[in-house]
Design a protein around this ligand. Sequence first.
Ligand SMILES: Nc1ncnc2c1ncn2[C@@H]1O[C@H](COP(=O)(O)OP(=O)(O)OP(=O)(O)O)[C@@H](O)[C@H]1O
Ligand SMILES: [Mg+2]
Length: 512
Amino acid sequence: MSSPDELLRIEGLRKAFPGVVALDDVDFDLRRGEVHALLGENGAGKSTLIKVLSGAHRPDRGHVLVDGAEVVIKDAQDAARLGIATIYQEFNLVPDVTVAENIFLGRQPRRFGLVDYRRMEAEAAALLERVGVNVSPRAKVRGLGIAQLQMVEIAKALSLDARVLIMDEPTAVLTSGEIERLFAIAGRLREEGVGIVFITHHLEEIAALADRVTVLRDGRSVAHVGADTPQDELVRLMVGRSIDEQYPRERPEAGEPLLRVRGLTRSGQFQDIDLEVRAGEVVGLAGLVGAGRTEVARAVFGADPYDSGEVQVLGRPLPGGDVRAALNAGLGLVPEDRKGQGLVLDASVEENLGLVTLGPTSRAGFVDRSGQRASARRIAAELGVRMSGIDQHVRTLSGGNQQKVVIGKWLLADSRVLILDEPTRGVDAGAKVEIYRLVNELTASGHAVLMISSDLPEVLGMSDRILVMAQGRITGELDAEDATQDAVMSLALAATPASNTGTNGAEGHDGH
Ligand SMILES: Nc1ncnc2c1ncn2[C@@H]1O[C@H](COP(=O)(O)OP(=O)(O)OP(=O)(O)O)[C@@H](O)[C@H]1O
Ligand SMILES: [Mg+2]
């Protein structure tokens, strides 16, 4: 029987896609004023579950109850009517219209049959203030940073009087300050009685924000536990075994410098960047979002131009702004924005994995098809890509599995120097370790890795040396073995004036 606090209940939910059962006999319940975390490996079924609640997927079997009464959620309108608002892993805003128009999309207040812009903007301003974000209702969505986009999504949810707010990996793209602000908003909504469903791969966020946790494994709800459950126990519930070594870095002897950057400067983005990565080394590039790390990576790789300075790969100067030359010289970049830059969504896993090897480096007209399939299978298995087969379209893979495909593509390309931009963002605890092991294998065989990461334990655990950037400059270098999170943070804040604490500054999402 349902308790008086119960908002929503799911019983025996099943959803299959061709070749995969995404949800199988899932139970879940949400109470008023609670934050309920959904935890599970990449592909466990988390996003599918919330898509059922938001009307994006129809379940094959099972029941959804709201306030104790069974409901059928056919589409987004049904969900909105029931007070269920969802913030997806990929945002749903329209880039070329204003913030206010996005918030009230399809429901603009009207006066004499015309959109009442004044009222719409005033109401939008009030909602934006409620979530505590400093954005003009008249700003175009295109120019906003990730954190601002998310706050606009939350404002939109509030405008729908949501009683259930669902957030799919909301913190994956936020800085720690932005995460704190998001948690403050969530705390306030919780006090107002809103039930929040929250997906994350960061276990420490569960203790910080959630009340209860439902763990999904292989599409089944395997545990309903309190948020005070120890992290290693949560991992065990998620992956069905314990992970003994989270950062398995083996530090080989560093060899010759493979990547050398001298005085690299691009006006308004980064200044005087000097760095060197040797064979066998992992150099971590730490800093706050907006410090310019992605911009440096893109310039080094030739994806963006720079004003002055020099890049050398294996001792030979690389022309600026020329990705083809970078590829031929043995440089690879795993971008942070995997959807926009790393993948062809409507191609198969195999085709995506072959993109680099079949591109500039393949011999004219000759494609070793069976060899390609075999290596695609091997790398997908090593990374544990969860898929129905290598012919599955990448669009229908779960978020974390898409990330594994981007990484796999570059591992297959066999670049001597690999730049990884937030390689484990959105990747589950078990798969992270697999990626770290592959990084170890790469460096053990003489490759060099430059790793941009905002995950401090990862930077400390997997780098050999750490360079820290703030406001477009390198503010210091640390030896990873005796560096601390505090030491990295103080360098990351080094040149940052105290005023710069707004929600601005998501880097590199400008869709090049
Ligand atoms: N539209 C679809 N067509 C086919 N298969 C799908 C589709 N959507 C999801 N799947 C499959 O369903 C399974 C569950 O995916 P889902 O996106 O729910 O995982 P997730 O738990 O959110 O993972 P992640 O942490 O990586 O985001 C995966 O195997 C995925 O490939
Ligand atoms: Mg997902």
